[in-house]
Design a protein around this ligand. Structure first.
Ligand code: PLP
Length: 410
């Protein structure tokens, strides 16, 4: 079994009493044991068993197994959202006085988590231009717990040389965490690129239909955890499983960021069609970007797949000729952006990405409305920019919708 979709459909088989081809959804909070001794053994971890659904649940475990199998990881922990995957990871590996090295081009809530929430607990963020390897290396020291990046940054759509960044971090024994939400394990093999931990918002492509909020943390089993003082003692007891164990038995358990069984069911279903949906959405994004170039009211188009994009070459190398499903473009002013958006008939005005439906948003007045104009400028979010996330509709319908809405401006 080699193909992603075959593996997604047939790779993990859970036995079922009725031979149901679709495993049941275990909507149960708790699980009964035959004896007190069995219960004690389960709590002590001597006998693997589900005890309470905030910690493990059979339906959620099935989703975790599928992601582990598809990504070639050591293990996966499914969580309640993409943000929960990011927060739980930082909480497991860092503490007061430590620092995390990031690019200023980062998903807004991740930036806010680091720059506001975790800063109050004494975690420092260090900003570098991730296209400048020396700038990154200069910031690393013995309190750096991770270099954190995104496969394609949202919404700037910057693509960095992830393998080279990973090599630099590796030289210093530093963990590399990648938010692979917009590419997923199907379109980017993060493990092969030297990433140690992958975090995902499964809300996006994995769900597809925009049916459920969820996230996942995948440990590739490639980091030497003895280099992190917070996990040093755990390495002796649990070896390469120490990070997963730290999450399951402490941080994930104690923060209560668990995935619901119903969400796990929907997301497992989503994994089966992930590859098909990604190919279609990425193809639509490229065609829409090229179409927009011909319009006089469109001031600029930003998509890594466009010939003139500074990120085209690196995207080709990293993502095997794929460039993602998101593009941004600028109109002459904010009023034109609103008029264009309001004239759309098929494309929906909503804040999400990688839905089956094509979605559009004006980031400056919505996702980034809490940021100051200076912060927005630093994050590359201008007042004239629109972000479009390509869905899987028929391209001719999308192009016709965009064309008629642009005509309203003329
Ligand atoms: N990472 C990226 C790149 C995102 O775009 C988002 C949400 O838009 C998240 C993480 C957070 O995901 P969630 O909404 O599932 O918490």
């Amino acid at each position: 079994m080699n193909g992603f979709t075959t593996k997604a459909i047939h790779g993990v088989r859970e036995p079922d009493t009725h031979n149901a081809l679709r495993p049941p959804v275990y909507e149960s909070v708790t699980f009964e044991f035959d004896s007190s001794a069995d219960l004690e053994n389960a709590f002590l971890g001597r006998k693997p068993a589900h005890t309470y659904s905030r910690i493990t649940n059979p339906t959620v475990a099935e989703f975790e197994k599928r992601l582990t199998y598809l990504s070639g990881g050591l293990g996966t922990i499914a969580v309640s959202s993409g943000m929960a995957s990011i927060a739980n990871t930082f909480l497991s590996i860092a503490g007061t006085g430590d620092n995390i090295v990031i690019s200023p081009f980062l998903f807004g809530n991740t930036f806010s988590l680091l720059a506001s929430t975790l800063k109050r607990w004494g975690l420092e963020i260090r900003l570098a231009d991730f296209s400048d390897m020396n700038a990154i290396e200069k910031l690393l020291d013995d309190r750096t717990r991770a270099v954190y990046l995104e496969s394609i940054t949202n919404p700037q759509l910057a693509v960095y040389d992830i393998p080279q960044i990973a090599r630099i971090a590796d030289r210093h024994g530093i963990l590399v965490i990648l938010d692979n939400t917009v590419m997923t394990p199907y379109a980017f093999d993060a493990k092969a690129a030297g990433v140690h931990i992958e975090v995902l918002s499964a809300t996006k492509y994995i769900s597809g239909g925009g049916t459920a909020v969820g996230g996942a943390i995948i440990d590739y089993g490639t980091y030497d955890w003895s280099k992190n003082p917070h996990l040093y003692d755990d390495v002796k007891a649990y070896g390469r499983f120490c990070f997963l164990r730290r999450l399951r038995q402490e941080v994930y358990r104690n923060t209560g960021a668990c995935m619901s069984p119903h969400t796990a069911y929907l997301l497992s279903l989503g994994l089966e069609t992930l590859a098909l949906r990604i190919e279609r959405s990425f193809g639509n994004a490229l065609k829409i970007s090229e179409y927009l170039l011909d319009w006089k009211d469109v001031v600029s188009v930003n998509y890594p797949g466009l010939r003139y994009s500074g990120y085209r070459q690196i995207s080709e190398q990293l993502f095997d000729g794929r460039f993602g499903g998101i593009l941004t473009f600028s109109l002459k002013n904010k009023e034109d952006c609103y008029r264009f958006m309001d004239a759309l008939k098929i494309i929906r005005r909503a804040t999400n990405i990688n839905d089956n439906k094509t979605l559009i948003i004006h980031p400056a007045s919505t996702i980034y409305c809490e940021f100051s104009p200076e912060e927005r400028a630093r994050l590359g979010v201008s007042d004239t920019m629109l972000r479009l996330s390509a869905g899987i509709e028929d391209i001719d319908d999308l192009i016709a919708d965009i064309g008629q809405a642009l005509n309203v401006l003329g």
